[in-house]
Write a protein that binds this ligand. Structure first.
Ligand SMILES: [Zn+2]
Ligand SMILES: [Zn+2]
Ligand SMILES: [Zn+2]
Length: 282
């Protein structure tokens, strides 16, 4: 039995059977929606899938002709898409607590990979969908530029929320803790940290929902209420935490460290070319 939940716990699900396949998707829509380097999907026969709570609360955004993105309206976590009549339910793997006992098989849309992300495994990579999936090709999405020359821009999937920051970030971190995995519904969270005074909202700051975990000092999530994409959040007074998947340009740096690898998803490949810490760095 596999169980999963969004960050706030309002939406929960379980899977009582084997997954068919796990795939990583690097398309820009997945990166923006999850805020992470890529999204990881597990395909499962719908007969094995059940919502355990909160199904009626789920919000969605239509991101393309056939694409719907489902999210928790309280915390913004991506939740499984269970299209009615569809052959499979797509479970968002970062929200799954247990080891699914199968491993990812493929990278799709590797042609859209984030410039700051290095694929560290040897799985087959497809520029778009693998031909055997018989799926339509990807859609071109608008390129959103910075307003200030030299600034690094970012935005949500629907384009309502746009922002930028000046100068190089203070740091860029991969966090594998279970909270970041539930928040992004991805393998891990990648965040860019910048000083608050180097950061500007350009549009849509009134479309942001901020969720703070009641049991945590700081941890929470900020997301666009229209599309559910993770967006930057004031982490400490003076410091903005930006989900790197939302960036529209190369930040010019790469993740410098993996933290909380002790909580890493068992199916996630770790970039061991950078320092790894089981918890916070000493
Ligand atoms: Zn939630
Ligand atoms: Zn995708
Ligand atoms: Zn949006």
């Amino acid at each position: 039995m596999l169980t999963g939940a969004c960050l706030c716990g309002d939406v929960g699900f379980e899977v009582d059977g084997d997954l068919i396949e796990i795939a990583h998707c690097h398309c820009s829509a997945c990166r923006k929606f999850h805020g992470s380097a890529y999204a990881t999907f597990g395909a499962v026969d719908p007969k094995f899938f059940r919502w355990t709570r909160g199904e009626e609360k789920i919000a969605h955004h239509q991101s393309s002709e056939h694409g719907f993105r489902h999210f928790c309206p309280r915390c913004g976590s991506a939740v499984p898409a269970n299209p009615e009549g569809g052959p499979i339910a797509l479970a968002t793997m970062g929200s799954v607590a247990e080891d699914p006992n199968i491993r990812p098989a493929v990278h799709i849309f590797a042609g859209s990979k984030a410039p700051w992300h290095t694929i560290v495994d040897d799985l087959p990579r497809h520029e778009e969908y693998p031909p055997e999936w018989g799926a339509p090709s990807g859609i071109d999405r608008p390129v959103r530029e910075a307003e200030t020359p030299g600034a690094t821009p970012g935005s949500c999937l629907c384009g309502e929320v746009r922002y930028e920051y000046d100068g190089p970030p203070e740091r860029m971190v991969n966090c594998h803790c279970s909270r970041c995995r539930r928040q992004t519904s991805g393998a891990y969270g990648t965040f860019v940290f910048v000083a608050e005074d180097a950061f500007r909202w350009l549009t849509g700051s009134d479309s942001i929902v901020d969720y703070k975990m009641p049991e945590a000092d700081i941890k929470g999530s900020a997301f666009c209420r229209h599309c559910g994409s993770l967006v930057p959040r004031l982490r400490d007074p003076g410091g903005m935490q930006i989900p790197a998947g939302g960036l529209d340009a190369d930040p010019g740096v790469k993740p410098a460290v993996n933290i909380f690898t002790g909580s890493k998803a068992p199916w996630s490949a770790l970039d061991e070319s950078i320092p790894c810490f089981a918890g916070y760095p000493e």
